[in-house]
Write a protein that binds this ligand. Sequence first.
Ligand SMILES: Cc1ncc(COP(=O)(O)O)c(C=O)c1O
Length: 211
Amino acid sequence: MYCRHTADAGKLIAVDGVFSSKVTSPARQMVPLAKKHGARIMIDEAHAVGVMGKNGRGTAEHFGVEDQVDLLMGTFSKTFASIGGYVVGDTEVVTYIRHQARTVLFSAAIPPAARPPVIETLRLLQAEPERREHCGRTPPDERGLRAMGYNLGTSVTPIMPIHIGDQAKTLTFWRALYDAGIFTNAFVPPGVRPAVRSSDRCNGDPHRHGH
Ligand SMILES: Cc1ncc(COP(=O)(O)O)c(C=O)c1O
């Protein structure tokens, strides 16, 4: 395979702190990998900020590797119930991004109305940590669902995926929960890989599955 980069070229590992529908957080595994290959590392904490870490800063804080991560980023569109986002890193790098990133240069600023929810969420994260502590899976929920035969995978993050496998069944399940007053998110292709019926399976990719 043709590769344009030499071994000593600048390298950046960009990874989600928590993948929305996959098993566990890669923060801990990726930090040693970055060190081994002399790469910088950027963690997208979109699904972790506000829910993981002692102060809600995300997986890097949760796994105690914040000082070994070069860039942390997140969105305000999930926990913060707004729009926009943030990047945290060395001043030099953040200044570079502010002057070079297409999304900063050619997009309008965050609307004023989007700011208060972000500030208020930050206040709540600090003032009411019990909200974060109660967020996510509880052992009785998890045990109960497993006992009922649901496949929950091995995730340890506050996102508890239930792997159904078939798209129609997933949407029927989502609707039944909605009608029962329980809000969940259905993950269907292209957000996840399409489920493969066992009769369609070939030797190609034994790991393909859906949620
Ligand atoms: C991992 C991750 N990063 C960033 C984003 C960007 O979110 P937004 O464009 O809403 O700020 C998303 C959205 O789902 C996401 O899943």
